[in-house]
Design a protein around this ligand. Sequence first.
Ligand code: C2E
Ligand code: MG
Ligand code: MG
Length: 722
Amino acid sequence: MNDIASQQRPLSVLIVEDTPDDALLLLRALKKAGFAPEHLRVDSAAALRDALAAGPWDIVISDYTMPGFSALQALDITKRHDADLPFIIVSGNIGEEVAVGAMRAGAQDYLLKHSLARLGPVVTREVEEAAVHRGRREAEGRLHSQQERMNDILGSLGDIVWSISLPDLRMSFISPAAAAILDRPASELPEVLEHWLEIIHPGDRDAMRAYAGDTLCRGANSAEFRIVRPDGEVRWLFDRARLIKNDAGHKLRIDGIASDITQHKQGQEQLYRAAHYDALTGLPNRKLMEIRLQQELAHAGERDAQLALLFIDFDRLKTINDSLGHNAGDIVLAELANRMRGVLREEDTIARIGGDEFVAILPDIRNEAAVRGILGKLTAAIAPAMAVGEHVIHSTASIGVALFPGHGIDGEMLLKNADVAMYAAKRAGRDAWRFYAPDMNAASGRLLALENELRGALGRGELELHYQPQVDLACGGGICGFEALLRWRHPKRGLVSPADFIPLAEETGLIVPIGEWVLREACRQARIWTGQFNPALRMAVNLSARQFAHVGLVESVAAALADSGLPAANLELELTESLVMQEPQKSAAILAELKAMGITLAMDDFGTGYSSLSYLNRFPLDVLKIDRSFVNEIAAGGGDAALCEAIIAMAGALCLEVVAEGVETTAQLGFLAERRCDRIQGFLFSRPLPAAAATDLMREGRRLDLPHEVAPGSARAEEGAA
Ligand code: C2E
Ligand code: MG
Ligand code: MG
């Protein structure tokens, strides 16, 4: 018995039955069929629920009709609890229809109480089938959760993982990142590869077609391309793809992973821009200019074409920076850059290679006349005044031109020669252009050496002032003042004339500190002489254009006066026509300020500049200095003598004092004295003298012998005192 029992299969069975005897009958039938049943009998919904919860059960066998409970209710409760738990109905009298209804509702089978012969096979079958169901369901569950985990991983990856089936080229899988990167709902992503091309940037579509074909041949591939989002935003993707084959070598699909590299690309782009473009103007910088020049030269060489290289340097930018500040300078530069770009051709390059230096590369130039045409357009674009804040700024440029192949066959030589030509344009008075000529080289080499030396001259104390006396013709020929004239005591070259280094000092901006030193030194010396000899003595100091435009001019004049203790009435400032006419309105304002301080204002070299007298009223001038070129011609009695006479007469009418400079002969002196010129200055009385020699002259109380007292020809004895 024990043996038999051990061979019997265990079965935990939940019996829904109101009659205990019927339950026993069932158990007996099960044992007979080879089961060792363990059972619980319930006859109400509540008891069934408790029993199910206390499970597990292999099978539920239910009576059909019970008082207050039914098989269909029991079935419902059971299937809700566990859909795989087999449910068999056993009933005394169940009609065909009811039975079918119960099977539809989920019962596995039904048996009649009086013929339980089928019970064993039915239970065996159902328990086995349930086990299979359970296994499959569990496997499905495991797969499902694996899939979910996979999706989680792919979702968090940020890259698009994709798979295209072959040979139909359909997108069989694409990870959730695609929706975010392409900015389209997953449901709207195309299925066919051909439609994917519509998302690709038009410029990359051909390359992508080739990429797909290439991947099919090569097996593994990668590419960078752009996609366009529905809102038009362009993103860069980097894609790696691999062809998957089966063991037989049959092509199954292409798998790939695409990463959004937009930020990386933008970073690269920014780096490239920063390295190749000028931030202020947006123009190519020196580096990119050099690259383009190489390319254009190679191109021109191949086709036997000419190319022009323009070196453009703005004449007054340093002055604008000094006087209005760097912001104003930046605004002006950006505007000028725009204007220049606007008149050049598409194929030309304009680059900013330094502070106020630009280079233009003009390929395919037919002849010099064509370059002249472009130069004309450039200067016309630069010329119009521009407003920066309340200031009106006029810009001019000095431009040097070198032609390929005539002036150089490589970039370096062309740049150097265009630069040399630009300096020649500067020397020619700025606002000019020059084509390179070989003899310009020597001149520019000398200038460069001089510039370097001049930088140190002030610090090394190599600059000094000489003083040229001015003589008063109205009051007996005594010394009434001096003009301070700058000298550079060069260790090797000896005494260098200002004519040789003032233009250079102007160009380099060195004139500002040098001019300030002149002003202080002249005031200091004048203070000594006014105390020692003549309280009314006037000291004339020359101002240069750059100095005049410098924002601190009025302050530095005031400081020079205050620090030396020289009264403003003893200081005379010499200006030139071109200097005040550069920005007449601004000049008038500065002159008014200086005038208000009590300073005397003199117009130097009068007659050589604008030759327009109309402006004289506009500026608060006190003195006209007739240029020595007119004085020179006096003795000859030609047109200049007449002009000299006219200037003196006009000055008288305007209540201006007249000083004649460069008076060398008694004849000139006689002519000027007769026409009531107020003062004269020139070698006739004295050359410019070092301070000590000038002091001696004052101490001696030397006077100029006025014409009626002077014997003809004796004037020569007076000069050469320096
Ligand atoms: P400028 O202001 O017209 O100075 C007069 C020039 O005429 C001086 O030349 C002087 O030496 C020269 N001169 C005077 N009398 C005679 C004469 O009888 N015959 C001849 N042939 N020449 C005479 P210098 O000293 O060589 O100065 C040349 C120019 O350099 C000056 O012309 C002035 O424009 C400029 N300069 C001189 N010193 C300074 C300075 O401290 N600052 C500035 N900004 N410019 C200066
Ligand atoms: Mg002067
Ligand atoms: Mg002069």
